[in-house]
Design a protein around this ligand. Sequence first.
Ligand code: NDP
Length: 452
Amino acid sequence: MTSDNAAKQKLEHFMSGLAKRNPGEPEFQQAVREVAESLIPYVLVNPRYDEAQILERLTEPDRIITFRVTWQDDTGHIRANRAWRVQFNNAIGPYKGGLRFHPTVTQSVLKFLGFEQIFKNSLTGLPMGGAKGGSNFNPRGKSTNEVMRFCQAMMRELHRHIGEDTDVPAGDIGVGSREIGFLFGQYMRLANRFTGVLTGKGLAFGGSLVRVEATGYGAVYFMQNMLATQNEDIAGKVATVSGSGNVALYCIEKLNELGATVVTASDSSGYIYDPNGINEERLAWLKDLKEVRRGRIREYADHFGCDFHEGERPWGVACQLALPCATQNELDANDASTLVTNGLIAVAEGANMPCTLDATHLFLNKQILFGPGKAANAGGVAVSGLEQSQNALRISWSRDEVDGRLKTIMRNIHDKCREHGTDDNGFINYVRGANIAGFEKVADAMLAYGVV
Ligand code: NDP
């Protein structure tokens, strides 16, 4: 049997076992398959990992805490939501990963995110394990008081399971600075401790400069590094971005600063196409719409007189750079094919797993520069790690200091991907590179611990 066939057979055997153990969890199975496609050929030539069953152990979370969150809405009705914390792996540091509030949150979604987080956190070079949490609570249409009551009710249970040396949650979809403030305030009240137990905190109470911008900026730095391998640059390129949340807004900001023209932004209702670009003034308006007024993207089109495409995603718009920054599986193989036909050079995943597996394969087959989320969007958790260091030292670094460290971390991640992902023909497969580079450190730590 050729080594290719042996790897394929082992992959299918491994995935069928995983599917049996995790029924009804398509997102988790998808995330594991993407990683296993890279890792199985690797463990076959590095049998120490195979003998210690590292892949089997790495795909089983250390624990999952599921709990009910009961709270009262503004009319006095009692509401009950479900919440989770998936503590996936702490081989190289305390559990670390965001909290997501969205009606589509399920155990499968949080397991996929927690699994990805193991590799992402390892790639940053900082001592952080992988975790994720959240709730099926829908913040849309809720008053600030309702969001506060929900956060407080959630923390009533969560506080037992987290700690600065145990598990340090942060934000994600639906959880921004406002929610972190409510969660941290309640943690302090319950634990009577002021400690770096959450990241993404406000600057007045232990937050780090550049944390808000970090994921979006980091994705653009990663894109810059990929383009440099082809003697290309961001300046003068047309970019499509999806989403209009934390990641998307700061991605657009950095792309503008580096001279690109960003022609799209979206939310779950559709996308806007602004052919002249979402310039600095328009971005300020969009930030106010999304961060302060919490409005819908259609209002941008109404205000600036450009097109709004209801219920659609922006991938039909011609561009050289695509940065999906909204949610998982928002760019499929048809979209990928359209983008390539329209002159795409590079993709950086600002969101987690925004491209389906078929789309990812298509990009790689067409030799498009493709930065997978676990590498390209690692800037957020990297600055969260820097926030933890600043909290532990009880100091605050300047904006330049943090931004400089972020740039260095993104370059190092890029270089690690290149080291482990370069094909014989020189093409850099960043997916394989990120998976192997992220895996090595975690796997070596697990080997060192013996049978645990
Ligand atoms: P936000 O909640 O700030 O923004 C999310 C954006 O995505 C909104 O525009 C939202 O639109 C849109 N969106 C959410 N769900 C869907 C959906 N099902 N279909 C279409 N659009 C959708 O979240 P973030 O910007 O923080 O996160 C975006 C992505 O980046 C996620 O995949 C997250 O896991 C990832 N990420 C975030 C990090 C961070 O530091 N925040 C770090 C690393 C990755 P609407 O308002 O209509 O729901």
